[in-house]
Design a protein around this ligand. Structure first.
Ligand code: MOS
Length: 745
């Protein structure tokens, strides 16, 4: 028997291509006759464009066209919602003279070179009629309103109350121990290292659009709807995507304008955004303010949880952070529970999905509040969580398909060397010469396991002994290409080197892509379905084709094992069988779709984070020294890429806790630090030592393969673990992220 591949730390199949520069990202591509686009952005936050003087730009060297609201590229109005058409905002630029946010697209200059286009863009003079900008989230949280649409398909407010109480406030009042606090965080950028870029070329009325996307199919839907094309007239290619984090799920206007310009000019056009342009033309995570109240018995048993979240919602966008619904709604068992969501509409660039949308801010608040309650009760934070452990989903009465969070806490505490804590850590004396204060913190993590709607894949055996697996998803750096090749190779019993995974092309078998931590479970399920069917066809072929040495045997008497068909005293590799039967290849489709498991179970991945920090007594500097996470994600197909996913998620949490945040100028809506120099993200020097451990509990009630998602799980709770450790070290509870030095002095 061949050794199983699933569960082995396999190197990325595209690793060599990536490190040698052969991997072609959208901005790397060129085409004969390529022209270059450069965006022009507004320097006003709200109002109307009065005029744009483009004469100098049009006269500049190499300029082919200057498009603006006064010389527009026609785009069709978006008639549907983003989850249908995959455009990240309601309106499209250049179609009117409205200024809806600072840094919005008001022009596209196309020239022979990038430098010529950028220079010409700098020559444009613009006049605005300004209107007051509504951009100050903090000043407006008191005026928050119910969301216009329920993104999570749940009521904006959910109340599950014990019989004796009419409101959650009554239930809270009945608890002998209470904590109540407000937690805030600024907007965050998804910030992928690969700049957003698009290359559009047309041939016989068919558009080929190269754009880094989590969903090539979504990109094709977006381009078709806005450019007035049939789906057979668009092909979106995203062979490599250099990070996405939600920011490359929906299509933003620049690829659409680039495609429209290429159509008008009759030349391929490539538009590469600067990172500064990405901040305002690609969506970001809402600002969030959350008020959390917990009431408990003296033994720590929760009697009521009340979690109200307020998120910014761009007047241009439709996505906002649903922080309470994604965390307090189900994390702990409590006889009374309230979650509420309101929004503050702002004249801001679009708000959108960003890694662990809802859970990332929600878990910061909930897992901080649990730590505050533990302190209040003089109870160990792990023990407090165990005393409120949920085994059925509140209000639905269903159990989880697989939940081993208790084991995550236990194994995590052991690996980390967690010291149960029932009292505040002693502070050094005032005159002590100790510089660094050490503290430890922990938090739990949850993220839903879902499946994409119908996902198709095709697996093909070739006469040279290799195989291909094809599906229209993308690999935004997660390891999707590697994981799908592994599942295919494992099922076929051949080395992974003999499988080529074809992804990143909307023309491949239907697949909505890589997002919401659904990619692996959905796509791998479709691949397994295809290999299962393919092995059956291969045995049928062996039994029925007159040229086959197995001819005449019943297909049932044959078996497929380790890349070979065996039976009746014969054993042939699939390549030999294909050759014997005169075939160059044999293929089969497969499909995955959500089913009855949605009704029978709640499905989530779980984890527990433990970390140790050092805080400088005199400067307030926070350093992370070590980190343990124990992850319950079902079957881990590739522990190597999975570890990278969890570490990457924790990095998001480190950024959220200590560094990140878009600073919005309240009067203009300008992102004051909207560039890579001023918007801080964690770098290698900010990393602790990571101990990432995966539990091995295949979730076969969810899918036959048993894999749940892990792409977003690592973020969840990470910021709370850090804030809790900072509290342990310093006695200071910082509830406003990021935890910058000024908040610790
Ligand atoms: Mo994720 S925020 O669905 O890419």
């Amino acid at each position: 028997m061949a050794e199983p591949l699933i569960g082995t730390a396999t190197a990325r199949v595209d690793g060599t291509a990536k490190v040698t520069g052969r991997a072609d990202y959208a901005a790397d591509r060129t085409e004969p006759g390529l022209a270059h686009g450069y965006l022009v952005l507004s320097t006003a936050g709200r109002g109307t464009l009065r005029s744009m003087d483009v004469a100098a730009a049009e006269a500049a060297d190499g300029v082919l066209a200057v498009y603006s609201p006064f010389n527009p590229l026609k785009l069709h109005r978006i008639k549907t919602t983003p989850d249908v058409c995959f455009v990240g905002q309601f309106w499209l630029p250049l179609q009117d003279q409205e200024i809806r946010h600072y840094g919005q697209i008001i022009g596209l200059v196309v020239a022979e070179t990038f430098e010529q286009a950028r220079h010409a863009a700098s020559l444009i003079r613009t006049e605005y009629d300004l209107r007051p900008v509504r951009a100050d989230f903090a000043a407006r949280t008191g005026d928050a309103v119910p969301p216009p649409i329920a993104i999570n398909h749940e009521d904006p407010q959910v109340d599950l109350l014990a019989e004796e109480f009419g409101t959650v406030d009554e239930a809270l009042a009945a608890g002998p121990v209470q904590v109540r606090a407000t937690y805030t965080q600024p907007p965050e950028a998804p910030l992928a290292l690969e700049p957003h870029a698009a290359l559009a070329s047309w041939s016989d009325g068919v558009l080929t659009l190269r754009v880094g996307s989590q969903s090539p199919v979504g990109g094709a839907l977006a381009a078709a709807e806005t450019l007035g094309l049939g789906l057979d007239q668009v092909r979106v290619l995203s062979p490599y995507v250099g990070g996405a984090f939600g920011g490359k799920l929906y299509i933003w206007p620049h690829p659409l304008l680039t495609a429209a310009a290429a159509r008008e000019l009759g030349r391929p056009v490539r538009t590469v955004l600067t990172q500064e342009q990405v901040f305002t033309t690609v969506g970001h995570r809402s600002a969030v303010s959350q008020t959390l109240a917990l009431a408990a018995e003296r033994d720590g048993t929760l009697v009521a949880v009340k979690h109200d979240a307020v998120s910014s919602l761009s007047l241009s966008g439709v996505i906002y952070e649903t922080a309470a619904h994604t965390t307090s709604r189900y994390t702990y068992k409590s006889p009374s529970l309230h979650v509420g969501q309101r929004i503050v509409p702002l004249d801001s660039p679009p708000t959108t999905w960003v890694r662990a949308p809802g859970e990332a801010p929600g878990a910061f608040a909930l897992e901080s509040a649990m730590d505050e309650l533990a302190t209040e009760l003089a109870l160990d934070p792990v023990e407090l969580r165990m005393r409120n452990y949920a085994t059925v989903f509140p209000g639905r009465g269903v159990r989880w398909s697989g939940k081993h969070l208790d084991e995550c806490y236990r194994v995590g505490a052991e690996r980390f060397g967690w010291q149960p804590r029932t009292a505040p850590r002693p502070r050094p004396a005032e005159d002590s010469d100790e510089v660094w204060l050490t503290g430890t913190g922990m938090a739990g993590a949850t993220y839903p396991g879902n499946l994409l709607p119908t996902t198709l894949a095709n697996v093909r055996l070739r006469a040279d002994g290799t195989a291909t697996v094809a599906t229209a998803t993308s690999d935004p750096g997660t390891g999707m290409r590697t994981v799908l090749a592994m599942v295919c190779a494992d099922d076929l019993g051949i080395p992974v080197e003999r499988v080529e995974a074809l992804l990143g092309d909307s023309a491949l078998p239907l697949n909505y892509g890589a997002f919401a931590s659904m990619g692996t479970s959905s796509s791998a399920g479709a691949v397994r379905s295809a290999t299962t069917a393919l092995k059956r066809s291969l045995l049928d072929l062996a039994a029925t084709d007159a040229r086959s040495p197995f001819h005449g045997l019943a297909a049932d008497a044959l078996a497929y094992r380790d890349g070979r068909v065996v039976g009746g005293g014969h054993s042939l590799t699939f390549a030999e069988l294909l050759a014997a039967t005169g075939r160059s290849e044999l293929d089969s489709p497969g499909a995955s779709a959500p089913g009855a498991e949605r009704l029978r179970f709640a499905v989530h991945s779980f984890g527990a984070h433990f970390c140790e920090v050092r805080v400088n007594r005199w400067t307030g500097e926070v350093r992370l020294d070590r980190w343990t996470s124990v992850i319950d994600g079902g079957t881990i197909i590739n522990p190597r890429t999975a570890r990278a996913q969890i570490v990457g998620g924790i990095l998001f949490g480190i950024g959220q806790a200590l560094l990140e945040g878009i600073r919005v100028e309240p009067d203009t809506g300008r992102f004051a630090n909207g560039n890579l120099a001023d918007y801080l993200v964690p770098v290698h020097a900010d990393m602790p030592d990571f101990d990432i451990h995966f539990l091995d509990h295949p979730d076969t009630d969810f899918t036959p393969l048993g894999a749940r998602g892990i792409g977003e799980l690592g973020v969840v709770g990470a910021a709370a673990a850090i804030a809790n450790a900072v509290h342990d070290a310093t006695g200071r509870r910082v509830r406003d992220l990021p935890i910058t030095v000024d908040k610790l002095l």
